[in-house]
Design a protein around this ligand. Structure first.
Ligand SMILES: Cc1cc2nc3c(=O)[nH]c(=O)nc-3n(C[C@H](O)[C@H](O)[C@H](O)COP(=O)(O)OP(=O)(O)OC[C@H]3O[C@@H](n4cnc5c(N)ncnc54)[C@H](O)[C@@H]3O)c2cc1C
Length: 444
């Protein structure tokens, strides 16, 4: 792997490493220019995990389903994320317990575990999994995850978090500084909390498998068709799109961090943020084993967190961000590389070949939502846990639509952001300064 060490100073391609190693889901879409159907039972907006899961579920129940995305299916977050399928939410369990008590915490943890189990099943070789039905291997790792504290103060929060998880039956292990250094082969951390449930997927392959499965179920998938306006009628909706007008009895929107003026109620509630990743060139097996261990998904506990993992093709994919101020991808990629090398100095001479970003969304309380807004069913706000949660909650939302029980994430109220706000989070850079100060003060 000598080539991996030859070009450390060259600018990485602004391209998604996962895309090099996954089928392009465009092949499962209806050719561009084909007229839209005049009327459907369900219009699904957004071709990420949420839209694809909801659309497949509705089609499997016999509905006529049209899914549209304003870009290519690969343009959303679902083919460009870290692929970490972990138990947890944007909110800490301590915050969840403070708000919902121990029974409520248990219920939220059960929801998260069910979501992780669902993706593990979909990505497995089970006859009803996506590998068997589509032939696409989503690269499930089953390696669990490790949360890492940068300081003793950060690690001091782990015993309480571990106790909450253990009380719900989660296989969790606390590591002191020495055990953490032995596991990570890095001296950057003061302690860790390891969870032996969940793992990782190759996110773009998972999305491609979902697109193939949706097409097989009968969903009509369209790229580059933007929903521009939604008007409620007596019997459903009239929808203006960039490819003409259609009527839909029901609408599911899986637009999350990419919500625009077509869904104003969501834009007033979901706060979009960018997250960024870099990938190294494929590493030699010895370096990969040193840096990635058995391949657990790893992330630290900072507000501006870092997360990293090995890829199925032997790279390290490293993500995060350092502020909410707008910045160029090139500069962010350099900052991520610096962070990566701080943690693993053995990567100092390794070339970074790819850099990319995407948008996720969160609610103020950092918990996910299923919400009916202006008659449209939305799943949104899964923050950095959307691989599992978006998939699972979209299916649960559809089951609810077809007469099943109301999912927990639909019970939470979701008020608009209490500031003049229309989807452009002008207040985030200021909030980010507070986050950075908190990270510095707690030495996270
Ligand atoms: C860099 C990065 C790393 C991440 N890492 C992880 C991780 O490791 N683990 C994890 O669990 N989560 C992670 N996430 C979050 C996760 O990727 C998202 O929560 C998830 O992919 C969201 O899926 P979705 O289907 O809701 O939305 P998306 O996949 O973002 O899809 C939304 C789609 O809606 C379309 N759309 C929007 N408006 C319209 C319109 N008007 N008309 C037509 N189409 C429209 C957009 O074009 C877009 O394709 C990460 C996110 C990013 C950006």
């Amino acid at each position: 792997m000598a080539g991996a060490r030859s070009s450390t100073t060259r600018e990485p391609a602004h391209a998604v490493a996962w895309h090099d190693d996954a089928p392009n889901p465009t092949q499962f879409t209806t050719p561009a220019g084909t007229p839209l159907p005049a009327q459907v039972d369900w219009l699904v907006v957004g071709g990420g995990y949420a839209g694809l899961s909801a659309a497949r579920r509705a089609a499997e129940r016999g509905a006529r389903v049209l899914l549209v995305d304003k870009g290519a299916l690969r343009d959303g977050a679902s083919s460009r994320n870290g692929g970490m399928v972990h138990v947890g939410f944007g909110a800490s369990l301590a915050a969840i317990e403070k708000r919902f008590g121990s029974d409520g915490t248990r219920a939220w943890l059960d929801l998260s575990r069910a979501a992780v189990a669902r993706v593990a099943h979909l990505a497995s070789e089970h006859p009803t999994g996506l590998r068997a039905t589509t032939g696409i291997d989503a690269g499930w790792s089953g390696t669990g995850h490790v949360e890492l504290a940068r300081s003793a103060r950060g690690a001091a929060e782990f015993p309480a978090e571990a106790a909450l998880r253990a009380s719900a039956g989660l296989p969790v292990r606390l590591l002191d500084a020495a055990a953490t250094a032995a596991l990570t082969k890095s001296t950057s951390f003061a302690g860790a909390l390891a969870v032996a449930e969940g793992g990782g997927v190759q996110p773009a392959r998972l999305q491609a498998a979902m697109a193939s499965a949706a097409q097989q179920a009968g969903v009509d998938l369209r790229e580059r068709v933007a929903v521009q306006r939604v008007t409620r009628t007596k019997h459903g909706f009239t929808v203006t799109t960039s490819a003409g007008e259609i009527r839909a009895e029901h609408i599911f929107a899986g637009v999350n961090g990419y919500a625009d003026a077509a869904f104003p109620a969501l834009r007033r509630r979901a706060i979009p943020v960018g997250s960024f990743m870099i990938a190294t060139a494929p590493l030699d097996p010895a370096t990969l084993a040193t840096v990635a261990g058995v391949g657990e998904m790893r992330f630290d506990t900072r507000n501006f967190l870092s997360y990293w993992r090995p890829t199925p093709d032997g790279r390290i994919a490293f993500g995060g961000r350092t502020s909410f101020w707008p910045d160029s991808l090139s500069r962010i990629a350099r900052q991520l590389r610096t962070r990566m090398v701080e943690i693993h100095p053995e990567l100092a001479d390794v070339a970074v070949t790819h850099a990319w970003g995407g948008r996720l969304a969160f609610a103020f309380d950092r918990l996910p939502r299923i919400a009916r807004l202006n008659g449209v069913t939305h799943v949104a706000g899964c923050a950095g846990s959307g691989v599992a949660l978006m998939t699972y909650l979209a299916e649960a939302a559809m089951d609810w639509e077809f007469g099943g029980p109301m999912p927990r994430a639909a019970e939470l109220p979701w008020s608009p952001v209490p500031l003049p706000y229309e989807g452009f989070p002008w207040f985030l850079p200021l909030a980010g300064v507070g986050f950075a100060i908190e990270d510095a003060l707690t030495e996270r």
